[in-house]
Design a protein around this ligand. Structure first.
Ligand code: 13P
Length: 257
């Protein structure tokens, strides 16, 4: 990470876990562990139905609340969906867009991801844009081409000023929920490449201000090594974010760098 130019952000992605009641209990435990001084930005991306409880529980704390998905239209006949203006009106600040689970299980294409990114930015939300290759793609040697395609298509039609509000999360699919973490070198190589891709689109000044996270089995015992790299500005954490003490240990690791 490089705190001079950009924010360090540790974000939890709870995925489809925890009820509103469990959210409140987590918040009490987590707030008690939060250090007084401001080390890094902390975001919790909770299930849509837990957002209200999370916002209430973390009111007056420095934990920002994020959503895990958003529709690309602002309103209309889209039964079951939630729009960006709805999230923004509640006080949500971040939204995960294009997580590999949504791409693989819910048919989200790069074009849909781009529409969602623009919808989020238009409503004043900060999108956390997920990109990452499968094991097959890594073994075929097409990781960088794929990452460039995902980053460029997610940011199509996004202005430089808007790009500064985007967070990019590099999440190799083979490392998600598998306990298999990318090595610091593997993660850093791709995160550096993502920054170079942003530089090619928007120039050096904007590229150096964008937060780029790593995600995929990030845990208290491997976080410090990953976060030591200049271009890894934080983490998007699944499993380990469900336990207050583990998430806090990762925040402490971010502070060591
Ligand atoms: P895990 O940390 O459980 O591997 O999940 C990573 C992830 O998908 C975060 O979005």
């Amino acid at each position: 990470m490089n705190r001079r130019y950009r924010k360090t952000i540790i974000a939890g992605n709870w995925k489809m876990n925890k009820t509103a009641t469990a959210t409140k209990a987590f918040a009490e435990e987590f707030k008690a562990l939060l250090p007084k001084s401001k080390w890094c930005d902390v975001v919790l991306c909770v299930p849509a139905v837990d957002i209200a409880a999370a916002l209430r529980a973390f009111k007056d704390s420095r934990v920002a609340i994020g959503a895990q998905n958003v529709h690309f239209e602002s309103s209309g006949a889209y039964t079951g969906e939630v729009s960006a203006p709805m999230l923004a009106d509640l006080g949500v600040r971040y939204v995960i867009v294009g997580h590999s689970e949504r791409r693989a299980l819910f048919g989200e294409t790069d074009a849909i991801v781009n529409r969602k990114v623009r919808a989020a930015l238009g409503a004043g939300l900060n999108p956390i844009i997920c990109v990452g290759e499968s094991l097959e793609q890594r073994e075929m040697g097409v990781t960088m081409e794929l990452i460039a395609l995902q980053v460029k298509s997610a940011l199509a039609g996004v202005s430089g000023e808007q790009a500064r509000r985007c967070v990019i999360a590099y999440e190799p699919i083979w490392a998600i929920g598998t306990g298999k973490t990318a090595t610091g070198e593997q993660a850093a190589e791709v995160c550096t490449f993502i920054r170079a891709t942003i530089r090619s689109l928007y120039g050096a000044r904007i590229a150096r201000s964008v937060t780029i996270q790593y995600g995929g089995s990030m845990k208290p015992d491997n976080a410090a090594e990953l976060l030591a790299h200049e271009d890894i500005d934080g983490g998007l954490i699944g499993g380990a974010s469900l336990q207050a003490d583990q998430l806090m240990a990762i925040i402490h690791a971010a502070n060591q760098n």
